[in-house]
Design a protein around this ligand. Structure first.
Ligand code: CA2
Length: 149
């Protein structure tokens, strides 16, 4: 069975509880359910990980590489600042898809640069939480092309 890790960055645990006009009303618990349901339907094993700390996300990317086949990552605010997360993705070399709930291109200028996005083979943005399913599909399709499991 294909194994993927979904990595969520800072403050995404607050989903549905603040700024619903930007991020919607779905809670983080609902997002976890949505992702698990989608991965089950697609026949993939998934782990969902969230951290508010950059180094902890770097550790998860490094340590996950021994077990997982690819990553879906929403680095949240670290999207726009973190060369460390970009370097970790590059170092492990697994296929990765970036996802953003909001359409970052239509927001402040500082959100229009993504360091991890420079490594990811695809970026999904502006689809709300459903974008996670789009990102998972893109990753699973890529892994199937590569003949993974
Ligand atoms: O649109 C996205 O998914 C973002 O990655 C979300 C980040 C933001 O910094 C990025 O520019 C775009 C923010 C995540 C914070 O999530 C919250 C959710 C609910 C309430 C407050 C914050």
């Amino acid at each position: 069975m294909v194994r993927i890790m979904i990595i969520n960055g800072p403050n995404l645990n607050l989903l549905g509880r603040r700024e619903p006009q930007i991020y919607g009303h779905t809670t983080y618990a609902d997002l976890i359910k949505l992702i698990h349901k989608h991965c089950t339907e697609r026949g993939a094993e998934c782990k969902i990980f969230q951290s508010n700390h950059e180094g902890t996300i770097v550790d998860a990317i490094q340590e996950g590489a021994d077990y997982f086949d690819g990553y879906v990552i929403n680095p949240a605010a670290y999207t726009h600042t973190s060369v460390a997360i970009l370097d970790a993705l590059k170092a492990v070399g697994l296929p990765a898809v970036e996802v953003h709930i909001s359409d970052v291109d239509k927001r402040e200028k500082f959100r229009q640069i993504s360091y991890p996005g420079m490594y990811c083979f695809k970026t999904v943005k502006g689809e709300g939480v459903q974008g996670y399913c789009t990102a998972i599909d893109a990753l699973l399709d890529k892994l199937a092309e590569q003949g993974c499991r």
